[in-house]
Every structure is written in C-alpha cells, then in structure tokens.
Design a protein. Structure first.
Length: 304
C-alpha cells in the first residue's frame, strides 16, 4: 500500500479509544439503550467497538433496525447472522407497519422512496420501547448536516433535532440530562473519516456484506447516479437496465443507494479506490439530491 494512503496504527487506536470512551459514557448515563443497525459498514464497526468496550460482559445494547421493506436481501441476512453471533437482542421496526397504520403516506411515482418515512417508524420505536438513547454511525465527514452534530445529540419530546441549540462538549464531558419524553442520539465515530473506517475494518479483519465488494448487478442510471435495480422500482422511458460490475460505498434503502462502478475485490483495493476518488461517500445517495438541505431537513424531523 502506498505511503500516501497509509494511516498509522496509533491514529486508529486513538479513534478507537475515543469511540469506546463515548460508548462507556452511554452505558453509564442511560438506562434503555439502542444501537441503530442498518447492516452498513459504520453500524457494523459500532457493533465491533461495543463488543470490545464491554468484553467479556454481555453485549449491552439492543440492535434496532428500521426496515423500509426495500432493503438488500444480503443486508438482512448479514443483520440476522450478526445478531445471532453476538447474542444481541434485535428489534426490527418496519416502515410497512407505519404505512398500514396510517402513520405515514407512501410516496408514489418514479422517484418514490420510503427513506423519509423511516423517521416516523424510528420515533415510534423509540417511544414504544422507551429508549432514552440511540447510538448511530453518523460521521461528520459524510455530509454538511452531519458536521453540525455533537457526540451527544439531544432530541426533544417530539424527537426533533435543533442544530442551533446543542450542548457544549468540553474536555470529553458529555451532558446526558434530559426531561421526560426526550432522548439522545449518540455518534461515537463522529471524528472518523470514510478512509479511517475502511482502514479500521482492514486492521481488525471485520466481516462485511458482499455488497461492499465488486459484484455483478442489474443497475440503471438516473440523474448521473447509478442505482441498483429492483422489480418494484419504476423506470423512466429513457432509462434502461443493464448489468455491470459495481459495489456499494454506503448501504441503505435500494431506491436511494447509489452504486459505484468498480473492480475492487479486496479491502486494500477499496482503500486505494477511496483515496483516489473525488466523489464524496454520500455523493451517490439519491435521497440527498432532493434539495440542498435534504439531510438536515430529515434530521430535524427525527432522521438518523
């Protein structure tokens, strides 16, 4: 590996120690704790860090997955296998249930997605299971709205986030005090970059879904984004489905998860590819292209 993309073990250990410290603070300050698990690389790294932080004690967090019903099958299988391997409680909250109950209205049309509907399903799950904290894999380098987050992100009684009213975090002192009905989102890997995550995955030999490695898949192109094709997705008359060698950089709902044309079949090749790219990790996320403030608007409503 070239020196230009080398990250020292010391750098990774500092990030690991910081994340573990934050997780232990969560365990000390909160009663009912969830770890938001999507089956993506960041949430997988969180599970790995949590296991390290509390070993040999039992895994201390409930895994909470918000299932849009339009997820990759590979992700769901990986989720179930990981929960079994770690002996973790897994709660799956389904967007379809929210639709059936009339809590949300499903989008229609060519660009329809259930991604935004996840916010309601998540907030309902937080209330139903009385979680007072939910750990997420958000990182400040992902997107400008993410960059505004503290480690401990306060949410009001409606589950909403106010970026202008956050608590200071000085000398690693985290304030988890809250009123009844309020909760926190906590982001232990806030200071990590995408490259840090991949270097850590390589260093720790962490298993990932095969979606992250180059594979053959049916895709189509929409507004300069390559999207994986699924039978429930509508196509414009000018769009054609074709097969290509692709991989995912970030995984979510199929309708908005962009894929990358790639030949990278190993962690080393992925790291080299990321180091050379000029496209941000979420540059291929179709949901972020709905408006300039798409992510921030969703976060204010209760999104991850």
């Amino acid at each position: 590996m070239s020196k230009s993309i080398h990250i020292s073990d010391e750098h990774l250990r500092e990030l690991e120690h910081e994340a573990i410290f934050v997780m232990r603070e969560v365990a000390a300050q909160f009663e009912k704790k969830a770890l938001l698990f999507s089956g993506g690389k960041d949430s997988i790294v969180l599970v790995h860090l949590a296991r390290k932080a509390f070993w040999p004690s039992k895994f201390p967090f409930t895994l909470l997955h918000i299932d849009t019903g339009h997820n990759f099958e590979e992700t769901l299988k990986f989720r179930d296998d990981l929960a079994t391997e770690f002996g973790a409680e897994l709660i799956v909250a389904k967007v379809q249930d929210s639709i059936d109950k009339g809590r949300v209205t499903e989008e229609k049309g060519i660009n329809a997605s259930r991604n935004k509907a996840q916010s309601v399903t998540l907030l309902d799950a937080v209330e139903e299971y009385r979680f007072d904290v939910a750990i997420g894999g958000g990182r400040r380098d992902e997107e400008k709205a993410r960059a505004k987050e503290r480690f401990f992100s306060h949410r009001n009684e409606f589950g909403q986030w106010d970026p202008k009213n956050q608590r200071p975090e000085l000398w690693n002192i985290f304030n988890g005090r809250k009123n009844p009905g309020e909760h926190f989102r906590v982001f232990p890997i806030s200071n990590w970059t995408e490259l840090d995550v991949w270097q850590y995955i390589l260093h720790e030999n962490i298993k990932l879904p095969e979606l992250y490695y180059t594979h053959r898949r049916k895709i189509f192109k929409r507004n300069d984004v390559y999207l994986a094709w699924a039978p429930f997705m509508q196509l414009k008359p000018t769009e054609e489905v074709f097969e290509a060698d692709v991989r995912c950089r970030t995984i979510g709902d199929i309708t908005c998860t962009g894929v990358t044309l790639s030949k990278a079949q190993s962690l080393e090749e992925i790291i080299a590819e990321i180091a050379a790219t000029r496209v941000t990790e979420r540059g291929g996320r179709y949901d972020d292209k709905r408006s300039e403030a798409a992510m921030e608007d969703r976060k204010k409503e209760g999104y991850f």
